[in-house]
Design a protein around this ligand. Structure first.
Ligand code: SF4
Length: 493
């Protein structure tokens, strides 16, 4: 029996090099025991030394698909994962197409482990909750998490990308990950008590979860499968789950009894004031104000929360959340559609080609951009990779609705007097329904209990026009729209 000692649970390089050497010497899988330092006692009695290096190692060929599979499987916590991988690698000598036999028991077992590791990584990304700790160097965000498998390093790239501007640590019983704004280091494991237990963002998470919880769609089994109870200990929102489930039936009954509801009084007044068709059915800014719950953490706190948002799938294809920017007390807010390629990379709104058109147009209209807050209805770049390019894709209704929560948070803090919706997506989010831009363009929609909304096109529309004459004409129309906005700003005093 040959004993192989690896440098740790996920020492892939150590496994790969040794496995090649063993296979080159024809050592059978049954004659190898793999150790990572977790084994207790002397289970295997006396063992032989590793065979010496041989040039034949370089001739041990494995299919290309085996490498990512093995890199995932080595992160599984089952002790037999290493012998399974070596067994597969050994069989490649006479079965080079082994991985293509989906029904093979070894391949099935490896694929099952790969899937379990992927699921665990996904759970870590979804359920890590940072808590803020004040330190002399500034805020440090600490989270405690208990993964099922050895996935911490595998999951770490996501946190580095998403939370690059923050100092953070993720503690787990096996090891800890530390990001100091420049590099990631791995330290020893920790206990739950080593992480702070509560901070100001807890209330926001609870409010957020209560808000997105729809009692009419409650499926307790599916919910606990997606958010297993073992993670609840580290989730601030877990404290409200029990009450929400208990009250779900009563809330559904109340929703049924309450429908249909009478339209708010201001709808009638708006229609009487000239039959503005767009006013009918507006749920709009005043409702946004109702759902906006900021728990007093300001724009900076909301921005930090939005950085880790998973309310829809768009985060997965983008580099980062692109939050709005501008003064927290701006009187006017411009809302665009979503970040483009340049904004996604820069992490700032309206800095790409459309942003340049926008900058020039508002300057010509006499609006000081530095006094306005600019943001987007959807905070992640929806795109489709095509070769080396990422092609813009329009967000769908569900994505606009999901991201509306963040826009609501921004508007609740800023409390603007005027919101300018740039294009259909922005106006759909603001008015809570799809709109035809041609019907509302150039109009102010005034409300008794919320900011006015003005509609115009998105500057990217101008970039897409192929005919130079038409482009010049439409650009002038856009500037004229913005001049109306400038007049209104002056009138607001
Ligand atoms: S697009 Fe908006 S809702 Fe969707 S993940 Fe990004 S921030 Fe969250």
């Amino acid at each position: 029996m040959i004993a192989v000692d690896l440098a740790g649970d996920t020492d892939f390089a150590g496994f790969r090099n040794t496995a090649r050497r063993l296979a080159a010497h024809g050592v059978k899988p049954a004659d190898v025991v793999w150790r990572t330092g977790r084994e207790t006692g002397d289970l295997f009695g006396s063992t032989e030394a590793l065979p010496p290096p041989t040039v034949a190692e370089t001739e041990v060929k494995v299919p290309r698909a085996f490498v990512p599979l093995a890199e995932a499987v080595i992160c599984h916590s089952a002790p037999e994962r290493l012998s399974l991988l070596y067994q597969i690698l050994y069989r490649f000598r006479i079965e080079p197409k082994l991985l293509e036999i989906a029904s093979d028991p070894d391949v099935t077992a490896a694929r099952r482990m790969e899937k379990a590791v992927g699921r665990d990584v996904h759970k870590m990304h979804a359920f890590v909750r940072f808590r803020e700790l004040a330190t002399p160097e500034g805020p440090h965000f600490i989270a405690f998490f208990e993964p099922e498998h050895f996935i911490e390093e595998r999951a770490s790239g996501f946190f580095v990308r998403r939370f690059a501007p923050m100092r953070w640590s993720v503690l787990t019983p096996r090891l800890s990950l530390h990001w100091d704004l420049e590099s990631l280091t791995v330290g020893p494991g920790a206990r739950r008590e080593d992480a702070p237990s509560e901070d100001a963002t807890e209330d926001l998470w609870r409010t957020y979860f209560s808000h997105i919880f729809n009692p009419a769609r409650l499926k307790v089994k599916a919910m606990t499968a997606e958010m297993p109870k073992k993670y609840w200990r580290n989730l601030p929102e877990a404290t409200v789950i029990g009450d929400l489930i208990a009250g779900a039936e009563a809330r559904v009954a109340a929703m049924i009894a309450a429908a249909p509801t009478a339209p708010p009084a201001h709808h009638e007044r708006l229609q009487a004031r000239g039959g503005d068709r767009m006013a009918a059915g507006i749920v709009g800014p005043q409702a946004i104000d109702e759902i906006g719950q900021t728990a007093g953490i300001g724009l900076a706190g909301i921005r930090a929360e939005a950085d880790g948002c998973r309310r829809c799938a768009l985060w997965a294809g983008a580099t980062q959340t692109v939050f709005g920017e501008g003064p927290e007390r701006a009187e006017v807010v411009f809302v665009g559609e979503q970040p483009g390629d340049r904004e996604d990379l820069a992490g700032r709104p309206f800095v790409g080609p459309a942003g340049q058109v926008f900058d020039e147009a508002i300057e010509e209209a006499g609006i000081d951009r530095t006094l306005a807050y600019v943001t987007n209805a959807v905070k992640h770049f929806k795109n489709e990779p095509r070769g080396k390019r990422r092609i813009h894709k329009k967000p769908n209704g569900a994505e606009i609705e999901a991201c509306r929560w963040w826009l609501a948070q921004e508007l609740t803090v800023i409390k603007p007097k005027l919101i300018v919706g740039l294009g259909g997506t922005a106006l759909q989010s603001l008015l809570d329904r799809p709109v035809k831009i041609t019907e509302i363009r150039g109009k102010f929609m005034d409300f008794d209990d919320g900011p006015s909304v003005f509609a115009t096109v998105h500057p990217s529309y101008l970039l897409r026009l192929p005919d130079p004459e038409m482009k010049a004409r439409e650009r002038q129309r856009f500037v004229d729209d913005l001049k109306l906005v400038a007049e209104r700003i002056r009138a607001m005093g």
